[in-house]
Design a protein around this ligand. Sequence first.
Ligand code: NAD
Length: 506
Amino acid sequence: MASPLTYTSLDDIQDAVSYLRVNFDTGKTRPLAFRKFQIQQLYDLVKNNEERLYEALAKDMNKPRSEALSGDIAPVLEECLYFLENLDGLAKEEKTSPRLGMHAMDTVKVRRDPLGVVLIIGCWNYPVQLSLVPLVGAIAAGNTVLLKLSEVSAHTAALLTELIPRYLNSDAYRVINGAVEETTYLLEQKFDHIFYTGSPMVGKIVMKAASKHLTGVTLELGGKSPAVITPEADMQTVANRIAFGKFYNCGQICIAVDYVLCPADRLDAFVSAFTKTVKEWFGEDPKTSKDYARLVSVRHVDRIAGLIQNRKSGGIQFGGQVDRDERYIAPTLITDVKFDDDVLMGDEIFGPVLPVITYNSLDEAITMIKKNPPPLVLYVFSKKQKLIEQVLQNTQSGGVCVNDTLMHQAEYSLPFGGIGNSGVGNYHGHRSFRAFTHERGILQKKQQLEFVNKVRYPPYNSTRDAILRNFMVTHPLVVYLKQKRGSIKAALILIVLFLVYLKKRA
Ligand code: NAD
């Protein structure tokens, strides 16, 4: 079938970048009223075209309507409303108390300025959320934006390409489309920030390209996110929640449970609970279930089928069926997988295959997690806070979700982002605003009292240096007294009470 998407020519890409630069320089995108109007328009875009977006997402990957609602539509609507309500407060100048004694009489403040021309590169698995949620933050912060949609989810990209210019101001926000050639050319242009969602491999290409212009980046990447089950966990609940985190969008989600670490003596309980869940949710033949998505491309079907066929360990408990024409891979559970199986345990799976590795002590599970780079999320299933703490204290990850999967990503009061191989920076809510904002520190003095400044002007001498030192370095005694503030207060109260007592007795 011919792609519904037309790629942007390289000339048009260059024109768009220049045009956005000129328009940023006019200051058009800075007024809060302009930003809010555009955010309202973006809200209307999604709200008024919800049905068409569901259709496009279904064409791209058979995404069930409920998953499209919770994973694509709702987050964008909610983020627009958040910024409409909070933008005034977020954009306000922040007055700070000066630390240096010599600035006690001055104004010290932080302005929240836009970064400039921002490039956002979206990803195909949540093509609405992962393109438009960063866009809301970039608009809120007052930038002009070039949005590169994912060519992989071509139907959704084609629809957004049609809708965005109808709702948003084209002087300030432009959409472009293309694949590797167009992205490579795009990355040669100078931007003031690049926000990229995708694989760590392309993340490195983005960072390298950005370094040529010393452009800042936010990289929302992926990795192998484990789920650790501790021995006393309630297996049916755990199985339900892990199945949700594995088969939502057919496993094509950066925070999918990539593999499970299960206590060896609870493996049978996990397998029977997980099998029950999958049967209840998708029936005897998941291919006929309307609630089970498809892989986005044949390339991904072949890649995941290859993981199942070429695995170096483990036995299939259920699943493994592949229909290339339908881009279908059955929900698949593989147990007795070895951690050093470089096929199943090499790269992120990003599909509906769940390897289970058993462990004998929690320390052994922690050691396995630490052999991989820090994942985007770490899932822990436990009823014991001590065990949860043991896992958290000895590991690193972008985020953590305890006793559930995926839902931490929907909680926009939390920062969302990776660490090391799983990403650079974070976003959502006020953190999106910060990701696209330059905090411009301002010290504002008056022209009076020039004699005070003599202390820092030449000719230098030891007396001036001594005064300067007192102005610039807090005396350690002051720090000590501040630290002991509580005890000093208590001692003073006791002394006062004692004096009152003495006076009454006298
Ligand atoms: P990808 O990183 O391969 O591709 C993303 C885009 O980059 C493509 O659309 C293409 O236009 C461009 N691109 C690809 N190869 C390129 C190259 N060599 N040079 C220049 N540009 C190139 O995306 P993918 O692997 O299909 O996405 C899946 C990955 O994204 C997974 O690792 C997943 O975990 C991650 N992801 C992360 C998040 C998050 O929020 N952290 C969300 C979704 C997906």
